[in-house]
Ligand binder design. Structure first.
Ligand code: M6R
Length: 619
């Protein structure tokens, strides 16, 4: 949710505003309801903020230029408390003199009683936000000793909930103070300048040297350095690291949309996630492991926690891990996990899957699992993010930065990482499980080329999508690992094309949903390969016949050489042959391309769909 940038440099020129606006452009995917900046200049505070996309702010600054400055903060908002208006946009000012400016990501859960107390003390509020309460609290504390770091420290002691806060004060030029609890914040280290950001994209155009902050920490940046203290006021160490990608990876690179670019990057996302994963002795190479091998061997059950697309990767993982490693796997939507009184003990491995590593629902599920004594492992795409830090072990996906709100390459990378983990657990079991794992691993290495083959064949899918721009409803069917792919196909269409779409397990159709089928209803069917066990292929072909007989328009995704589907298909979209469990890496691609081109044909903003944000840091 909201994007946050902070900057201090040694020169008072236009740089601070430029750096912050550039950072906001890179973070706009996090929230785009409104945007704003605050600059400290000559003992005064200058702010500008506007509802709507960043462009509105940019235009406002052209119309009313801001003074040169060396110290600035900026924010792109995803509204929670208070609608997306100019007044509710951040920064919010604090203090009777309005000399403090503060921006916020997260939710301050106890803002009502805090606000009542401040109002009783005569403080006037302009907005409907929870953020303004924090701004007034920090400003009040600043009056005590005029030390912005200490003011932040005293203010956060009153706050409950999740927050990243950044503050500047007109009387403290060259200083930006940040605080974080359950919400992301990273430091960027430059030469004579330093940065803060919700993620490294905020400053990747300037430096790849970054510092991870822990929970409940306060950071103060000046042009010459940074200091970190805990919420207890004690100095604390923070871990420095190098960002492995550069600014060009987070740019469109000639494509019209990030989503298109990211779909085309999928062969690399899969290949890079496999790179260096297995050592010469056949052992999985985890990025950070605090789980001894004996503990993993003792695992008797696995629970996967994730949301949205990541949860569908988890469903694919369930089929694969259960089949290869013979360990029972349950998939739980992270936001439901705590409330179903989960049966979890020290022999349970709880695997979280998250592109951002910041999804609050998933983070809370991981924390709960740890409290219950489980081993926790994170499959994550974002170095330095919170969920891996809160987990016992991490397997990073190497999809590179994913900017489009609709997840594509991260999904393929998540499935790939889950396969690697499943094969590793199978190897730990030894015997025939280990032999099978070696064969599958060899096939997995060939999957990036097959993904590329699917991408090379997408001409007809793009045409179909364009013809279907007026479609009001699309159904998706799949069985076995095709079922989560049907769900993912439906989610992609809902989120970027705003079309009613449902994914079903094909076998469930006859238990109710078949009543939806009427003449002309488009239905995508993900068909398992003919060699899938238990005659699954035949059963899905029968399902296609059943809906075709009722007038459905069947769009069939089937393997090369599968001729049995042809008589019942209005369109056949071909994917190369693979082992049944690896097929999701191929069959999801046409569904992503379909959603992208249908949304484009409707003239929609593919990368920033309405009401959504890339990183969901509220519960
Ligand atoms: O960052 P995460 O992977 O934890 O995000 C989880 C979901 O919010 C995310 O996958 C969402 O469903 C995507 N917008 C789907 O395209």
């Amino acid at each position: 949710m909201c994007g946050i940038v902070g900057y201090v440099g040694s020169h008072v020129d236009g740089a601070a505003l430029d750096v912050v606006m550039e950072g906001l452009a890179r973070l706009e995917y996090r929230g785009y309801d409104s945007a704003g900046v605050a600059l400290v200049a000559d003992g005064t505070l200058a702010t500008e903020k506007r509802a709507g996309k960043l462009e509105n702010l940019r235009q406002a600054i052209i119309d009313h230029p801001l003074p040169p400055s060396s110290t600035a903060i900026g924010h792109t908002r995803w509204a929670t408390h208070g609608g997306p208006t100019d007044t509710n946009a951040h920064p919010h000012r604090g203090g009777a003199d309005g000399k403090l400016a503060l921006i916020h990501n997260g939710i301050i859960e106890n803002f009502h009683p805090l606000k009542e107390r401040l109002v009783a003390d005569g403080v006037k509020f302009l907005s409907e936000t929870d953020t303004e309460v924090a701004a007034q609290l920090v400003a009040r504390e600043y009056e005590a000793d005029r030390d912005l770091t200490q003011a932040m420290l005293r203010a956060v002691a009153h706050l409950e909930g999740a927050f990243t806060l950044l503050a500047v004060h007109a009387d403290s030029p060259g200083v930006v103070v940040g605080a974080r609890r359950n919400s992301p914040l990273v430091v960027g280290l430059g030469d004579g300048e330093n940065f803060l950001g919700s993620d490294v994209a905020a400053f990747i155009g300037h430096t790849r040297h970054a510092v991870e902050l822990g929970q409940d920490q306060i950071v103060t940046i000046t042009p010459d350095g940074y200091d970190v203290i805990g919420f207890d006021g004690e100095p604390t160490e923070a871990r420095a690291y190098e960002v492995t990608w550069d600014a060009s990876a987070a740019e469109k690179g000639g494509f019209d949309t990030f989503m298109e670019k990211e779909i085309l990057e999928q062969p690399h996302a899969v290949a890079d996630t496999l790179l260096g994963r297995v050592d010469p002795a056949g052992r999985l190479v985890l990025d950070e492991v605090r789980i001894p091998e004996e503990r993993l061997r003792a695992v008797t059950r696995i629970t996967i926690v994730a949301c949205g697309t990541a949860s569908y990767a988890g469903m694919v993982a369930k089929y694969a891990i259960e089949h290869w490693a013979r360990i029972p796997v349950e998939v739980s939507l992270a936001h439901e996990f705590r409330y179903c009184d989960p049966i979890v003990d020290e022999n349970t491995l709880v695997i979280s899957i998250s592109q951002s590593g910041e999804t609050m629902d998933t983070l809370m599920a991981v924390k709960h699992a740890r409290e219950l004594g489980a081993q926790t492992l994170s499959i994550c795409n974002t170095h330095g993010s919170t969920i891996p830090r809160e987990s016992d072990a991490v397997l990073y996906t190497h999809a590179g930065p994913e900017v489009a709100v609709a997840s594509t390459k991260a999904f393929l990378a998540q499935i790939t990482a889950a396969y690697v983990l499943g094969l590793y657990l199978a190897q730990l079991k030894g015997g025939s499980h280990a032999e099978q794992a070696t064969t599958i691993l060899a096939e997995l290495r060939g999957m990036p080329d097959k993904v590329q083959t699917v991408l090379d064949r997408m001409g007809r899918v793009k045409e179909i999508a364009r013809f279907m721009a007026d479609t009001r409803s699309v159904l998706f069917l799949g069985r076995h690992v095709g079922y989560p792919i049907a769900l993912e196909g439906a989610l992609k269409l809902k989120e970027i094309a705003y079309i009613h779409a449902e994914g079903f397990a094909a076998g469930e159709l006859k238990h109710g949903p078949i009543a939806l089928i009427e003449p002309g209803q488009p239905v995508f069917i993900v068909v398992p390969g003919p060699d899938t066990p238990h005659d699954l292929h035949k059963k899905v072909v029968s399902n296609i016949q059943e809906i075709r007989a009722r007038g459905a328009r069947t769009l069939v995704i089937a393997e090369d050489g599968d001729e049995e589907v042809v008589p019942y298909a209005d369109e056949v979209i071909r994917v190369p042959h693979s082992s049944p469990l690896l097929q999701p890496l191929l069959t999801v691609v046409p569904l992503q391309v379909f959603a992208l081109h249908l949304a484009t044909a409707k003239g929609l903003d593919v990368d920033q769909p309405r009401n959504l944000a890339k990183s969901v840091t509220v519960e």
